[in-house]
Design a protein around this ligand. Structure first.
Ligand code: AMP
Ligand code: ZN
Length: 475
């Protein structure tokens, strides 16, 4: 049975969702003010693996990841660049989504944007005011952390340090200063001038960062979520504040399992934009394959910090290649004409081994998503497959082992793309289509028709539409 470590209770507990067979899952998504770095992607990949594992275990997963498209940083940086907030955040939202695709991350069920839920946030804040948990100040509306008895329970902060006289307007602040935090921020003159404000009962302004997750998670997943994830830096203040908001309003438990992903470090420091030591996802993928990066993330348990170095990445590239070679070795064996039709001790032993290793993989994943152990089992399975395939295999038996191996690889999102169209092929076909269009523009129809016929003979169909020529691969 799947067990998950819950940051709130600091223990591993059997995973029991609120509703049998269904999982409501929320992962704090990106602030779209820059291209995400490989630390951010550790969380996004882990969210993907959690989702894949739950689906493997038969759950129907409803997965929400928010997009923070209004906050201190997006406003500051769009201003510096002299573009509208919308233009700025849309650009980085696109870059974020491209990164997901490049990293073979399955899409969440939805990606709600903060700016599209302002009315819901205003209603939520009104509810908190009505309950006496919030108050209006000159520069906005604040949450009164003294009024929520559970404040600090997630991060276990020292509440004696609360500074009563100060309030925290900034979205991010450190653990040493638990303070009342802003739910609604009244617009600054600059924000008014740039038109970045929403009308509210407390004057023109905008929401704080923490309120958006409470509001959007409740809207799409209900008052109690099964799983809430984020990087470990979000425990305080972000998630602490989410609990205060959500439980303060509903009186119900907000989250059943809090999962926090440890930092990705570089040269011993947390990778973060403010430290200036980031490696953007596109930079990492210039040097290493997406599978190698994914392998690197998953080669350690998600609650352990990992260090990004070239040596480790080269090791990951080699390891993932070994796992991929097994697929080639087996596929090659399956294409050989030689047939062994009998089922002997050797076949029995092979299938036993595959079964044992499959159980080892499953037990690791069920143990708080121990991807390190799961990958070990995959390497062992890869050796078993190689040995059997390189002998004189019974193809039906080999195929059974191969299917188990592929399925397990796919729960980690590894080596799934080998047989797909592939980016390179796609680009090459686009290029051929363009060449053909140029030929047609020059009325060189003999050549352009020849290209169409040749492509058809290899299963690529060209269709001339009013919007230009499209290609598709014949099913
Ligand atoms: P942000 O876009 O800064 O809000 O961050 C998106 C996600 O990445 C959050 O869940 C952060 O906790 C996480 N994150 C940021 N830096 C790192 C890092 N160095 N290692 C792991 N996760 C990180
Ligand atoms: Zn959040």
């Amino acid at each position: 049975m799947l067990k998950l470590y819950d940051t709130l209770t600091r223990e591993k507990r059997p995973f029991v969702p609120l509703e049998p067979g269904k999982v409501r899952m929320y992962v704090c998504g990106p602030t779209v003010y820059a291209e995400p770095h490989i630390g951010n992607f550790r969380v996004f990949v882990m969210g993907d693996v959690v989702r894949r594992w739950l689906e493997y275990r038969g759950y129907d997963v409803f997965y929400v990841m928010n997009i923070t498209d209004i906050d201190d940083k997006t406003i500051r940086d769009s201003g510096r660049e002299g573009v509208t907030l919308k233009e700025f955040t849309e650009r980085y939202t696109r870059i974020f989504l491209q990164g997901l695709d490049r990293m073979n991350i399955k899409r969440a069920t939805l990606y709600p944007k903060a700016t599209e839920h302002i009315d819901d946030m205003i209603k939520f804040i009104e509810g908190l005011l009505k309950k006496g948990l919030a108050y209006v100040a000159s520069d906005g509306v604040y949450y009164d952390i003294d009024k929520f008895p559970g404040y600090g329970k997630l991060s276990r902060i020292d509440l004696s340090k609360v500074r009563k006289t100060e309030r925290m307007l900034a979205d991010e602040y450190d653990k040493e200063s638990p303070q009342d935090f802003a739910l609604w921020k009244r617009s600054t003159p600059e924000e008014l001038r740039r038109g970045i404000y929403y009308d509210s009962p407390w004057g023109p302004g905008r929401p704080g960062w923490h309120i958006e997750c409470s509001v959007m998670s409740q809207k799409y997943l209900g008052e109690t979520l099964d799983i809430h994830m984020g990087g470990e830096d979000l425990i305080f203040p972000h998630h602490e504040n989410e609990i205060a908001q959500s439980e303060g309003l509903t009186g119900k438990p907000f989250v059943r399992y809090w999962l926090h992903v440890a930092f990705l470090k570089i040269r011993g420091e947390k990778m973060s934009k403010s430290l200036g030591n980031i490696i953007r996802i596109s930079e990492a993928l210039r040097d290493y394959s997406p599978d190698a990066l994914r392998y690197f993330y998953l080669s350690a348990h998600y609650r352990r910090q990992i260090d990004y170095t070239d040596e480790v990445m080269e090791g990951a590239e080699a390891a993932v290649r070994r796992l991929g070679n097994t697929l080639s070795i087996v596929e090659d064996a399956l294409r050989q004409p030689e047939e062994k039709l009998s089922y002997d001790d050797e076949e029995q032993r092979f299938l036993e081994e595959i079964k044992t290793l499959k159980h080892r993989f499953e037990a690791s994943m069920d143990d708080d998503l121990d991807t390190h152990g799961a990958i070990d089992a995959l390497h062992a399975m890869s050796k078993t497959l190689n040995t059997y395939a390189e002998g004189r295999p019974n193809k039906g038996v080999l195929l059974r082992g191969y299917e188990v191996y592929r399925r397990l690889l796919s729960t980690l999102g590894l080596l799934e793309r080998r047989e797909e169209t592939g980016e390179l092929l796609e680009r090459a076909l686009n290029l051929i289509v363009e060449v053909r269009e140029r030929l047609r523009a020059e009325r060189r129809y003999e050549l352009s028709d020849w290209i169409r016929e040749e492509l058809r003979s290899i299963g690529v169909i060209l269709e001339d539409t009013p919007k230009g020529t499209r290609w598709r691969i014949e099913a």
